[in-house]
Design a protein around this ligand. Sequence first.
Ligand code: ARG
Length: 590
Amino acid sequence: MTLSQFDSSSIKVILSSHFQHAMEAAGIPTECSPHIAPSKKAGFGDYQANGAMAAAKKMGQKPREIAQLIIDKLDINHIAEKLEIAGPGFINIHLRNDWLAQQLVHFCQNPTALLKTQHPQTIVVDYSAPNLAKEMHVGHLRSTIIGDALVRLLELQGHSVIRQNHVGDWGTQFGMLLVELENHLQGGEQADLALKDLESFYQQSKKHFDESEAFANKARDYVVKLQSGDETMLELWHAFRDTSLTHSQEIYQKLNVTLTPDDVRGESAYNDDLSILVDELKDKGLAVEDQGATLVFLEELADKDGNPSPVIIQKQGGGYLYATSDLAALRYRANTLKADRLLYFIDARQSLHMQQVFAVARKAQFINNTISLEHHAFGTMMGSDGKPFKTRTGGTIKLADLLDEAIERAEKLVRERSESKGIQLSEDEYKTIGRKVGIGAIKYADLSKTRTNDYIFNWETMLSFEGNTAPYLQYAYTRIQSIFRKAEITPQQISGELVISHADEKSLAIRLLQSVEIIEQISNDAYPHLLCNYLYDVASLYMRFYESCPILKEGVSEAEKNSRLQLCDATATLLKMGLEILGIDVMEKM
Ligand code: ARG
């Protein structure tokens, strides 16, 4: 068989399309789907088609007979070596080794080509979004890394992705921060020095605000001035904002997150649109005045007693709220950025807020009906006591400190491991590997949990070289690299055919090709843990293959060696690609 016959799709899509044709030819109503899925149990083939039962029911016929009708019309001898009807009417599909080998070879020549979507969209992703008044803390980790994984995955599929870092850079707390900053500057200090530790700067200004009437009054005055565009206030505000953004940018770099300063479009960006927006909602009869405030009442989100859900869009006294700027942001993204999908990665505690914003936007027809609005919520990161993760004294943990600790721990671990194995690496190598392993461990521990659940943060498990962890996968990758070093060959130099003969080679090949299906699924549901589980499975199947199919042992023929090296390379390519989607680096040695 030649490569030109390569089917450029996932196994599932290829089988589905063949089955669909066969079903049509067999006179089965076109709305019946073949329901192709990987078989769950060994002995039931590699894939199954489970659609015969539903089709038979619809047609008032016997399922096994319908299954037979489908099989009679199928033309997939080049893909499947055997089809069998099982149980009430499942069709078990046993794939051909030569077809799988050819699919895999083709896939490896250009792994991303197969992942490309047929329907590229404009997708706006809202993630990270810290409040700039304070330093980034552990509470910002999840949005930042889950959002970034999705962004990378969607870009890999060929979507046009627009990152939006909706930072909190506006609002009343800036009054006290600007007074505090002004005092520091008047004392001769430079802004970046004064703001070096944003957390204590915030605490300090809060203290002054609480203790001094004069300070508090000035702070309130400054907010009003800032919001009316006073030059001096804006200058101070810019100084504060720039410094705070620089802090965040350092974290993104350390975390290997793709956000750049260009992706920042914070609450302040929508300031000019807020009064217009409120007026429009009033004109449309959606917003009403209530005790001096302006609200929208949503029947569609009524509580169980039938009371509509209130959304305040303007406070008594004229101030705007979180929901107001989110509405303005939403319509900017829909109408100016022309998003087809809008993804929000925000804590589950803001679910009601997001539901309200979506409902008001739809009701006011700020956006067209076809746009998909998606809040992908996540749970909280907990300490070992099962409570939200805090320092020993109950303070918030700065993200910068957490990352430094991860790197430090990882470096120590890598050093001990390699010394115990008698391997000596250079200082630079320890540093680089420590950083990759430490950051990888933190990210993977988070991304591998079902995002909607809370999870318990634990250094020991995340840094373990056993189990479903980043170090395990990174190590699996380096082991493959070391095989190539031992064989004194590069993947590009391998010649000869990929031949799948052992059952463990076959399982590995099938699993590798399933990456396409997994990535497609995650692009819809935004659950990165599915990718983690998948990569862990790939690494485990690889280990099994490695145990049962020797590569560099004596007695292994040259052809067999070259074929197996191709499977090694395919595994490494997949692991690297998967970890890259998660924003985790691999390395040649560790
Ligand atoms: N700054 C907010 C917070 O720290 C998160 C913003 C999320 N994005 C949004 N469009 N509301 O809670």
